[in-house]
Design a protein around this ligand. Structure first.
Ligand SMILES: Cc1cc2nc3c(=O)[nH]c(=O)nc-3n(C[C@H](O)[C@H](O)[C@H](O)COP(=O)(O)OP(=O)(O)OC[C@H]3O[C@@H](n4cnc5c(N)ncnc54)[C@H](O)[C@@H]3O)c2cc1C
Length: 570
């Protein structure tokens, strides 16, 4: 019998385990296998193969049973996920339905998730702006959270490393707050966007309107062809999965690359219940996994574990990993696990009209738009709130065909639509301040369908966020007015936290083990062979879309971990 057990243990033993196969887990898997480690990737959702598992990728609008709209019964059954703009008939299959993985909203929180191989990398909007030291030095300068244990210089080479492989389009704008990267050619502007850019440049020295940096192959390089990817076709239906691999997803990029090494075992339908801690060895030895088909629990073992389940689920796994040594969750000597969670404030927006440039229009589509980097409180504190916001911007012209016509007349009308005026719009992307009172914890009574405690989420806006919304509205109104836009309307949609889909924190990095969970290499201070490189590790949130930073964090941490293993230190 004992022989059998030893065999079973050996069969289930790997060099490394990665929990989650989304943006961060895909990168961890690619880097670990690339460095020769036999790596088990555990993914709670089903497998989604590049191209073959994108059922709607070539579906035309008229081919959808419900014209690509959500059915009312789907809306009624899914009040949370239905709020996400990217959830529609063509993408339903990639989002977690409300009943599938219940959680407790101690305060209203819209938790938007994708449980499948590739995670949310399939449906993301692909914006990839770097951080700068204005972001990493934020908490220390403005006196909130704790100081980041790293600076831009630590992460800059890793940004370059992941950008070259993922393929990022952008323009070298030379802005200190938003460092340039390794860019493929930028996307084009339309004339009204250019007009806005020049008006803002003329009026403000410190405000810039630039083209967004995004994970699209505008001009693939050999490394992208080697991945089996091709040029982005500007179809702008990315969130259905792209058969060209025109944008970065784990499914098109990192996971197949890791598979090609022959070192990866990918196990979908595997919910990680908890991480196993061995008190005698003083480290983690493996994970407990529930098979979603059989509901059976199995243990898998490895020398190092990368936790990449996405921010809140990584918190959940650690909180549920209790032992005599860690009764309050793995590595939680400081008591900060689950606390200082934060997100991005996307509540505000502005729209307007422009009656110039009526002799011009746009042609084709663009999977990207202009971006306004943060300009408030950058060099000094200048408002009554801390930190600031970035903003998206775009302009477009409406066109209408006469739907009352039939036959050849209708066809002609469709081919020669009547052009309306120009519409302009922007949305706010605000930094929120991580606070102890914004936290996640395990619910004491409620369990999910696998018997794992449900996550209780207690996260809310505060006065700082309200003031920031008002300032965005005022500043953007001034900027729109400067550009000659008319009928300007501001909004605050009071959306719940979560709908920004940039949840972060709870397992924050820091210099001091008494006030943080992770060191500068993303290792748990108190359990060095467990690394957390997703949004859970964020000490503060900045304004930039965060996923590029998770990619760079993952690659950097793997590099460190493997060097430590070679020295026999892990
Ligand atoms: C519509 C939309 C637009 C977005 N736009 C942008 C954008 O423009 N730019 C940007 O930077 N970010 C954007 N995001 C956010 C971005 O998708 C996430 O930041 C990113 O995917 C996070 O990577 P991750 O690896 O941490 O998590 P995910 O990509 O979500 O992957 C986590 C994986 O872990 C798995 N998992 C969870 N729990 C367990 C468990 N217990 N056991 C095993 N597996 C588990 C999940 O099933 C999932 O596959 C967007 C997201 C959405 C949905």
């Amino acid at each position: 019998m004992s022989y059998l057990n030893i065999d079973a243990q050996a069969l289930n033993t790997y060099d490394a385990i990665v929990i989650g196969s989304g943006i961060s887990g895909g990168w961890s898997a690619k880097e670990l296998t690339g460095k020769g480690l036999r790596t088990l990737v555990l993914e709670r959702g089903r497998d989604v193969r590049h191209v073959t598992d994108y059922p709607t990728t070539n579906t035309q609008p008229w081919e959808f049973e419900h014209r690509n709209q959500l059915r009312q019964e789907v809306r009624d059954a899914n009040p949370i996920i239905s709020k996400c703009y990217a959830f529609y008939e063509g993408t339903e299959q990639f989002f977690v339905k409300d009943a599938e993985h219940p959680y407790v909203q101690d305060k209203p929180f819209d938790w938007i998730r994708g449980y499948q191989v590739g995670g949310k990398s399939l449906m993301w909007a692909r914006q990839t702006q770097r951080w700068s030291d204005f972001d990493f030095e934020g908490p220390a300068r403005d006196g909130f959270a704790v100081d980041w244990p790293i600076r831009y210089a630590d992460i800059a080479p890793w940004y370059s490393y992941v950008e070259k492989f993922a393929g990022i389009t952008g323009n070298k704008d030379g802005i200190a707050t938003l460092p340039d990267g390794e860019f493929l050619p930028p996307h084009e502007w339309n004339c009204v966007e250019k007009h806005f850019q020049s008006k803002i440049a003329a009026r403000y020295k410190d405000r810039h309107v630039i083209m967004g940096r995004a994970a699209h192959l505008t001009q693939p390089k050999q490394v992208h062809y080697d991945q089996g990817r091709a040029q982005c076709q500007h179809r702008t239906i990315c969130e259905r999965g792209c058969p060209f691999g025109g944008y970065f997803s784990s499914n098109s990029t990192t996971i197949p690359w890791a598979a090609k090494t022959g070192k990866m075992t990918l196990r979908p339908n595997s919910v990680v219940h908890s991480i196993i801690y061995d008190e005698k060895k003083g480290k983690a030895t493996g994970v407990r996994v529930i098979d979603t088909n059989t509901k059976k629990m199995t243990e898998y073992y490895a020398r190092i574990i990368f936790l990449n389940a996405a921010a809140l689920n990584s918190n959940l796994v650690l909180l549920n990993s209790t032992s005599n040594r860690f009764p309050n969750g793995l590595g939680n000597d400081s008591g900060v696990l689950g606390k200082y969670a934060a997100f991005h404030n996307y509540r505000a927006g502005i729209s307007g009209e422009y009656d110039g440039d009526l002799d011009s229009t746009t042609d084709g589509r663009r999977p990207n738009s202009p971006y306004i980097p943060r300009f408030r409180n950058v060099l000094k504190q200048e408002t009554g709130f801390l930190r600031g916001y970035a903003a998206g911007f775009s302009a477009g012209r409406s066109s209408n065909s006469d739907q009352s016509l039939v036959g050849a007349d209708l066809k002609q009308s469709l081919l020669n639509p009547k052009l309306g005026g120009w519409h302009v719009g922007s949305h706010m992307m605000g930094e929120t301040i991580p606070k102890e009172s914004n936290y996640v914890a395990l619910d004491k009574n409620l369990k999910d369908p696998y018997g794992i405690p449900q996550l209780k989420i207690s996260i809310a806006y505060d006065d700082n966020d309200d003031k920031m919304v008002k300032d965005y509205q005022e500043q953007m109104t001034e900027m729109f007015t400067e550009a000659g836009f008319k009928n300007i309307r501001v909004r605050d949609d009071h959306r719940n936290p979560g709908l920004d889909i940039h949840e972060m924190g709870g397992v924050r990095m820091g210099k001091d083990p008494k006030t943080s969970m992770l060191n500068k290499w993303h290792q748990l201070h108190a359990c060095k062979n467990v690394f957390v490189t997703d949004g859970a590790s964020m000490t503060s949130t900045s304004t930039q879309n965060p996923s590029l930073t998770y990619m760079a964090f993952s690659a950097r941490a793997v590099d460190y971990a493997v060097k430590e293993m070679k020295k026999g230190l892990l």
